[in-house]
Each structure stands twice: as C-alpha cells, then as structure tokens.
Design a binder for this molecule. Structure first.
Ligand SMILES: Cc1cc2nc3c(=O)[nH]c(=O)nc-3n(C[C@H](O)[C@H](O)[C@H](O)COP(=O)(O)OP(=O)(O)OC[C@H]3O[C@@H](n4cnc5c(N)ncnc54)[C@H](O)[C@@H]3O)c2cc1C
Length: 367
C-alpha cells in the first residue's frame, strides 16, 4: 500500500488504538473515532488475563493469536511505559486452575503446544496461595501467565498515539454508516459530518455487527455482557491468579483483586445487577474466604464482542474495497490484541503476515 494513504479507524478500544499505533509509522495519516471516550467500553471493563480462560478449549486459530501475543506482551508493556511514562503493569503471577473436569485434555494440549502447564500437589498449592479456600482437591498451574492492567493499557496507548504528529483521536464522534463510491468505501458518516479516507477500518467491538448491517452485511458479532467486582487488599494478599468453576481472581500489583465474571445475553444493556453482585461475591468468598469480611470497592459491566468460536474477523471485507475489519475478539480481546493488530497491519501494508491469516479472513467466513 502506498505510504501517502489516509486511514480512518472506527472504535477506540484496545483493538482500534493498537491498530492505529501499528499503522501510523507506515501511512500518511490515521484518524481514530469513538462515539464515547477512548477505551471506555469492553477494553476498560475486562479482567486483563493474558490468556484465554481455558486455552485448551479453543481452536488453533485463537491459540495462534494468543501465543504470539503472550510472548509479545512484556515487550509491549515496556515499550509503552518507556515512551509514555504510563505503566500498563504486565504482571506475571501464574494461574492455578482448580478441580477441572478436563484436566487430562488440558495437560495433553499443553504438551502438544509446548506450554509450561503442570500438575501441582494440593498441599504445595496451599503453601503457594495460603488465602485459597479449603476443599479443593486438584490443581494445575501455568507459571508464565500474566495479567495486564487494561484501563492503564488503553491510557498508555492513547498517550503513545497523542505523541504522534500524524494521528488524530476524536472522542464523542459517532459513526452512523459508510460513504460509498460504487464498490469502494471512501469514508464514514459521523454525527459531525462526513469524513473521507483511502481506507476505513472497523474496530467497533460489540457494535461492529450493527455498523456493517448498514451495508447489508450480516456479521455475526453481538454483545455478551460480563460483570466484575473489585476488592482492595494488601499488595501481597494474593500471589497468583486462581480459577475454579468458571470464576477467577486476578491480583493487580497494588493489591486490587478483580473477581469475574458473568456471561449474559442482554443486548446492549450494561447495567450492573444485584443478582450478579451477590453471585460474584459468593464466588469471591469460595475462592478466597478472607474476602467475606471485605466490601467490594467496584462493580461494573462491559460488552464483549461475541463471535462464532471467539475467532476474530481480521482483514479486508470482500465486495467493499477500502473497508477492513478487526473485530469480534469475544472473551479474549486483551490477550489477542497484539497479534491481531500486528497481523492486521501486515495484511493492510502488504507485508509477510506473522501467522496464517486464513482462519480470520472475513471474505472466506462471510461467504
Ligand atoms: C467482564 C469482562 C472480562 C473480560 N476479561 C478479559 C480477559 O481477562 N482477557 C481478555 O483477553 N479479554 C477479556 N475480556 C474481553 C475484552 O475486554 C474484549 O475482547 C476487548 O476489550 C475487545 O476490544 P475492542 O477494542 O474490540 O472493543 P471495545 O473495547 O468495546 O471498543 C470498541 C469501541 O468502539 C466504539 N464504538 C462502537 N460503535 C461506534 C460507532 N458507531 N462510532 C464510533 N465508535 C463506536 C465504542 O465506543 C468502543 O470504545 C473481558 C471482557 C469483559 C466484558
């Protein structure tokens, strides 16, 4: 692609922001539009585990993106901290899975993938995590799993972009549809008027399906609500992430503990509910009984961009020249972001792709 191209990116979550950061050095201008504040939706609301919750249950397409990203995250964190002074806090604590039904499958997958997942004796697990609730009988552990402080990640991405002379970030700028010139998409309609560009990239998370419907394209991306609660403990309260029965606890470096999450199909409703609060508190106390005496300091909901098998759509949209997708990351958009955005830039810029792009190709998948 020639260097003098102008790009519009619709949606400033982690996917839109990191796509912009990867493209900016290679193009004339990048404009990122968001209808609310930057990075205030799912990318703010997520837990930030730098791994799928049960990685062995996913397709090779998700695994390929996850592994590339996991290896890259420490470097991304250091680079953003050095260039912006804002630390995304990539925190490698390891993750314990407790009392899994499919432990054998998990171990077999890890052996095939060469990932360091191992069985840990239960008494050694209680020694390593003394605050863990009683009664668990089996544990497996992966030492190199990190979590990223995602609200800080999106802040540092914004700061990195603001420092670039050829990037414009526009908040409170809602895109209502696309401007077409025959088969070509040449810009977007916004609440503040038309904006034109050589290429338009859709990174609107859970709202991506709605926007594509304006072109008559049926993209299977839909909102899946997730609620979380937050506690504040001493910094050394919980030394590792723990997960049982689909619920997890994530320690931040400063002692904040996130407990997640619910999985609800409620359309675009993001209202936190009392029933989820009670259910998440019960999970928190089961995992970490000391939290029975603590009061949550936060409770929120976000909308994951749900997609078939959680496989994102990455690449050009066949039949609409100039329109590109990077969306549908479902439960794993934070872990998958670095690889997805690198692959996206490779495709748009005509470079050799980091991994085989075929499984994510919107053209092939939308038929
Ligand atoms: C409770 C919860 C826990 C999670 N935990 C994890 C985890 O531990 N690990 C992990 O990897 N992932 C996790 N996720 C998933 C992850 O947060 C998402 O997959 C990821 O943030 C998606 O990023 P995105 O940029 O595509 O979407 P978003 O962050 O939602 O960004 C989309 C942006 O597009 C904007 N937009 C939408 N429509 C328009 C429009 N018409 N015009 C202009 N702008 C528009 C929105 O305002 C928004 O800012 C979790 C999610 C939730 C909700």
């Amino acid at each position: 692609m020639p260097k003098q191209q102008e790009i519009i990116i619709v949606g400033a979550g982690v996917i839109g922001l990191l796509t912009a950061l990867n493209l900016a050095p290679e193009v004339k201008h990048v404009t990122v539009l968001d209808r609310s504040g930057l990075g205030q939706e799912s990318s703010w609301a997520g837990g930030g585990i730098v791994s799928p919750l049960y990685p062995w249950r996913y397709s090779p397409a998700v695994t390929a993106l996850a592994h590339w990203s996991q290896d890259f995250y420490p470097h991304l964190g250091e680079r953003l901290f050095a260039s912006t002074g804002l630390d995304p806090e990539v925190h490698t604590t390891g993750l314990y899975w407790l009392d899994l039904d499919d432990e054998a499958e998990a171990l077999a997958w890890a052996a095939r993938q060469n990932r360091p997942l191992s069985v840990v004796d239960m008494s050694a697990t209680y020694d390593a995590v003394p605050v863990l609730g009683a009664g668990y009988s089996r544990a497996i552990y992966m030492a190199d799993v990190a979590n990223v402080r995602n609200p800080r990640l999106v802040k540092s991405l914004q700061a990195a972009l603001r420092a670039l002379p050829n990037v414009t970030l526009r908040e409170q700028c809602e895109v209502g549809g696309f401007i077409r010139d025959g088969a070509q998409v040449v810009g977007v309609h916004t609440a503040q008027g038309e904006l034109r560009a050589d290429q338009v990239v859709l990174t609107a998370g859970a709202w991506s399906g709605d926007l594509l419907r304006t072109l008559g394209v049926d993209l299977p991306v839909e909102p899946v609500k997730g609620q979380m609660i937050l506690y504040k403990c001493d910094a050394d309260f919980l030394p590792a992430m723990v997960l049982a029965k689909g619920r997890y606890a994530i320690p931040r470096r400063d002692g904040h503990i996130l407990i997640g999450s619910t999985l609800e199909h409620e359309g675009y409703d993001k209202t936190p509910t009392l029933s989820a609060l009670e259910s998440l508190k019960a999970s928190a106390v089961e995992l970490l009984p000391a939290l029975a005496n603590a009061t949550p300091v936060g409770h929120w909901a976000g909308l994951r961009p749900g997609s078939p098998e959680g496989i994102p759509f990455i690449g050009p949209l066949a039949g609409f020249d100039g329109l590109w997708l990077n969306c549908g990351h479902y439960r794993n958009g934070l872990v998958l972001a670095p690889a997805s955005c690198q692959l996206f830039a490779d495709l748009m810029l005509g470079r050799a792709p980091i991994i085989d792009p075929a499984p994510y190709d919107p053209g092939a998948r939308l038929g």
